[in-house]
Design a protein around this ligand. Structure first.
Ligand code: UTP
Length: 284
């Protein structure tokens, strides 16, 4: 099914990346030469998304500017005949009116961020992409929309048992290829209480009922309004599936994940691979 709208929550504080994120959202951190948020927008566009909704926090201007014309830059590039650079900045612009911004007034959690976009979503299913989960290889959202029929769907990956406390963890049911039925979900369980080691990563397709649950404003783990809790509340009312995506996910919300992503994305670039592969072993 084609999903027309996507929400990009970018209202988090990004404390793990201070001081880099003091005046700039962590989603503007670049992997090689592109900000994380642009990878996510391109992944959504590749899945057929036409409307892009950013839920921003206090430091939103960098993102707004990034996805807008920079007339000064563009005229200098024209003047200097830098056609390739001009092509790079022109290609990334969406059509006028396709990008909207909503402000999350307080970082009250991912569920709260998603809920802040409710007035821009009708009754149709909507995608949610967390830019700090960066995926190399097959674009995950397109794989998900190809398999999505109704209800809620989340991207899944296997995590080490010691890491369950950092993720939403599901109780898996029947599996059919890359699609698994989900019978329960819990946010950040300890390894002792985790129902499995199947974790949710930042790609979701949500039905309208999730927004009704979020409207209640119930706080969960960490005192935040959790998207996981709203998904759990919809179990039994609508289908709930997990999807084992084909690509490789990098946790760019953590320093080590971000460094690995830069190396992995560098190694798949023709102009960088040779030098990088030659230099890396010399540092060990
Ligand atoms: P994180 O749990 O990684 O939190 O958010 P964070 O604040 O961004 O980063 P740290 O832990 O302080 O370093 C996961 C995703 O949810 C968004 C974030 O922007 C990120 O994409 N988010 C989180 C919001 O938009 N609003 C919130 O209130 C919380």
């Amino acid at each position: 099914m084609t999903i027309k709208k996507a929400i990009f929550p970018v209202g988090g504080l990004g404390t793990r990346f201070l001081p880099a994120t003091k005046a700039m959202p962590k989603e503007m951190l670049p992997v090689v030469d592109k900000p994380l948020i642009q990878y996510a927008v391109e992944e959504a566009a590749a899945a057929g998304v036409e409307q892009f909704i950013f839920v921003t926090g206090r430091n939103k201007t960098a993102i707004e500017d990034h996805f807008d014309h920079s007339t000064e830059l563009e005229s200098v590039l024209v003047e200097k005949n830098k056609t390739q650079a001009l092509e790079v900045v022109s290609r990334m612009l969406q059509e006028p009116g396709a990008v909207s911004y909503v402000r999350q007034q307080e970082p009250a959690g991912l569920g709260h961020a998603v809920w802040c976009a409710r007035h821009l979503i009708g009754n149709e299913p909507v995608a949610v992409l967390l830019a700090d989960d960066l995926i190399l290889g097959a674009p995950a959202l397109a794989e998900m929309t190809a398999h999505y029929k109704s209800g809620n769907m989340v991207a899944l990956m296997e995590v080490p048992a010691s890491d369950t406390g950092a993720y939403g963890i599901i109780t898996p049911g029947k599996k059919d290829g890359q699609v698994t039925e989900i019978s329960a979900i819990v946010e950040k369980p300890s390894p002792e209480t985790a129902p499995s080691t199947k974790a949710v990563v930042g790609r979701y397709i949500l039905e309208a009922g999730v927004f009704d649950v979020l409207s209640k404003g119930q706080r969960g783990a960490g005192g935040e309004i959790q998207l996981t809790d709203a998904l759990a509340a919809r179990i039994g009312h609508v289908p709930f599936h997990g999807f084992d995506f084909s690509g490789e996910r990098f946790d760019c919300g953590s320093k080590i994940g971000f460094l690995k992503a830069n190396i992995a994305f560098g190694l798949v670039r023709d102009e960088l691979r040779g030098d990088l592969a030659e230099w890396l072993p010399t540092r060990l």
